[in-house]
Design a protein around this ligand. Structure first.
Ligand code: PMT
Length: 395
């Protein structure tokens, strides 16, 4: 979302308070955000909140507030996306019928940017045939309309009408802003660590947080791919719109990968699979005893090698990761060859701004012809898009 220009239009519903989190998340994702509020929206939340979060003055009136006299025309034409959240029955009706009687509704009529509508209202209001008809009109006119969530509403009734969660709105916005260049592609991604039990309370694992693999899954989904994400135990929420398969051990990961690889155009193995597992798993907690304890370990299956060995039968672009603390290039090149990969992404996990548990990464993308491309230090979301760009050029 870096440098994308997004307008958030806030109308007068109780969910206006959630728009503060939406603006915060959009700014965090790198977007340049401007906020327009209706007269009723400012009864719920003060414009100052949004000015602080967006870093810009909020427009709430056609007359006398704006920086230039034609902001109601230029805003919607110079931005990439307008998000109306919350969208009340009133603004939905105005947008459906071209009514332009305040700054926000006039900007929408003049806009050339994509418009994402996030309805939020009482459940009876939402099912009112007039509101439903207006939503149908917006859908037919290529507005992107999100389906409201269900649950307890601010008016104490229960049902559909909740504003979608801010994170879901951001994901939807991100998809609208992304090229759909992976549309029709089936992508299988692995993420996170595996855990290999020693006894009922202990295990062997590693520091993978799943962030790199999840970033790849989200980026591929945003770009139109159908994505299956197989992940070891992590504390991240499964991304929206992705088929999510949680696993624990390397054996479980292998089974999930083999069951889902058929028909995949792209397979990316970002998971940090434990190379070994305890030979015997104690049925009861191992008691503290002698001064030293020896664990016998057995080698786990190498999932990526097995995929590489059978690439002829199941053709796909096969991408591995290499986590190294020394000789990054040489070690990664050896894995690229040994595992019959089309590309390997090497990260130096001895750095504290790259590899495990970080929000950023810096990688070397290595190809079978010996070509090596270095990335700069970027967020894992940006690295994910870069990797997908390179994978696309291999197809
Ligand atoms: O999850 P994060 O905190 O965001 O961290 C990201 C990451 C550092 C985990 C990730 O970017 C990364 O480098 N993943 C690969 C880590 C790793 O296990 O590297 P490796 O060099 O041990 O394995 C090489 C490749 O073989 C990997 O694609 C791995 O998934 C695969 N492999 C390894 C062993 C095994 N038994 N089966 C495998 O499929």
């Amino acid at each position: 979302m870096k440098d994308k220009k997004i307008i958030v239009g806030i109308t007068g519903g109780i969910a206006a308070y959630k728009a503060a989190e939406l603006v915060r998340l959009l700014v965090k994702a790198g977007a340049q955000v401007r906020v327009a509020m209706t007269a009723n929206a400012v009864r719920f939340v003060t414009p100052l909140t949004f000015e602080a979060l967006s870093g810009h003055r909020v427009i709430r009136d056609m007359w006398g507030q704006e920086e230039t006299t034609i902001d109601h025309i230029t805003w919607g034409q110079e931005s990439d996306l307008i998000i109306i959240a919350p969208a009340t029955a009133n603004i939905i009706a105005k947008m459906a019928h071209g009514i332009a009687d305040d700054f926000l509704s006039t900007m929408v009529v003049a806009a050339t940017a994509k418009i994402l509508v996030c309805p939020s209202m009482n459940d009876r209001m939402l099912i009112n045939p007039a509101v439903q008809n207006n939503l149908r009109i917006l859908n037919e006119r290529n507005f992107a309309v999100m389906v409201p969530g269900e649950g307890q509403l601010a008016c104490r009734s229960e049902g559909p009408g909740r504003l979608p969660e801010p994170q879901e709105i951001v994901e939807h916005a991100w998809t609208l802003l992304s090229p759909q260049d992976l549309s029709g592609q089936k992508v299988l991604i692995t993420a996170g660590p595996t855990i290999e039990p020693i006894d009922p309370v202990r295990y062997i694992s590693n520091r993978s947080s799943g962030r790199m693999g999840f970033a790849l899954a989200k980026a591929a989904r945003r770009r139109g791919a159908s994505v299956t994400l197989v992940s070891g135990p992590v504390s991240l929420m499964p991304p929206n719109g992705v088929t999510f398969i949680p696993v624990k051990t390397a054996d479980e990961m292998k089974n999930a990968v083999m069951e889902n690889r058929s028909g995949c155009n792209i397979v990316i193995k970002a998971a940090a699979v434990s190379d070994y597992r305890p030979k015997d798993r104690a049925q009861q907690k191992i008691k503290k005893g002698p001064d030293s304890l020896t664990l016998d370990l057995l080698k786990n299956p190498d999932i990526l090698s097995e995929l590489g060995d059978t690439k002829k039968q199941s053709p796909c672009v096969l991408v591995g990761f290499a986590a190294e603390t020394e000789d990054l290039l040489a070690n990664a090149e050896a894995k690229l060859k040994a595992k019959n990969l089309d590309m390997i992404v090497a990260n130096d996990v001895s750095r504290n701004d790259a590899g495990f548990e970080t929000d950023t990464n810096i990688v070397k993308m290595i190809f079978p012809d010996g070509h090596v491309e270095d990335s700069t230090l970027m967020t894992k979301d940006e690295v994910a898009d870069l990797i997908l760009d390179r994978i696309k050029s291999l197809k």
